[in-house]
Design a protein. Structure first.
Length: 249
């Protein structure tokens, strides 16, 4: 199967080497930009990485390749609804587990992520809380779910399939997804310095791996990347709800 556009076919074949190269090419800049954003509280540059992830499959893959990675009409519309429900439930479970293990301390991934947002000093009223929630939830529904699913569950996953099969390809893209999220939590900026939280980061990486496999499951059930995107979007919306209505009180 020739998945790459003719102009790029002589540069690199669409295989696991391709996948590793692009994990590194986008993973390292994204990691650095997220760490920087944790200090500056400005995630604008991170959004650029997500937008690049949106377009790479369309730039590099031909129609056959895009269909192969899941850019096609869903086969099971019922599972689109289930995907939304599963994403929200999974997000709330991650919050409950982190709160049970670490309480409201900085070792709780969502507490740290909440503190990385540019809302310090804001006195929340019901109206301002709703406004911030809508703004962050909208961004959370658009940028990372589309970009990361097109990239990880789409482009990267597809590059591993021919060599390792669907299930193992999902394990590889999920590992890349999970370890990339160490920049969001695990390596933390607190009290003017950097620290590595060993046990909390292990819990976080395992949870990100698990939800990544869930996104793949929804892709399989719907027969389309739209299932993974909707599940991911619902996960992020619930995360924003937890942050603005459970943590930032």
């Amino acid at each position: 199967m020739k998945a790459i556009r003719p102009i790029f076919q002589n540069l690199i074949p669409y295989n696991w080497v391709f996948g590793l190269i692009f994990i590194i090419l986008l993973g390292i800049p994204r990691f650095i930009l997220v760490l920087s954003a944790n200090v500056t509280k400005n995630y604008g540059s991170v959004s650029i990485i997500f937008i690049v992830m949106w377009f790479i499959p369309f730039i590099l893959l031909n129609k056959v390749g895009r269909t192969f990675i899941g850019l096609k009409k869903p086969k099971n519309l019922k599972w689109l609804i289930y995907s939304v429900a599963l994403g929200g439930i999974a997000s709330f479970i991650v919050y409950l587990c982190a709160s049970w293990l670490f309480g409201s301390t900085i070792n709780n991934s969502l507490v740290y992520i909440a503190k990385s947002y540019s809302v310090s000093g804001v006195v929340f009223t019901p109206e301002t809380r709703k406004m911030y929630f809508i703004l962050y939830a909208f961004a959370g529904m658009i940028f990372s779910p589309i970009g990361e699913e097109l990239f990880y569950r789409g482009l990267i996953h597809g590059s591993f399939v021919s060599r390792f099969g669907e299930r193992n390809a999902s394990r590889f893209d999920s590992l890349a997804f999970a370890f990339t999220h160490l920049a969001h939590f695990g390596i933390v900026y607190v009290a003017g310095g950097w620290a590595f939280l060993l046990l909390p980061s292990l819990v976080w990486v395992i949870s990100m791996y698990a939800v990544s496999r869930l996104f793949f499951f929804c892709k399989q059930k719907t027969g389309s990347l739209f299932g993974a995107i909707l599940c991911h979007a619902a996960y992020n919306v619930m995360m924003m709800y937890v942050i603005f209505y459970k943590i930032l009180l």
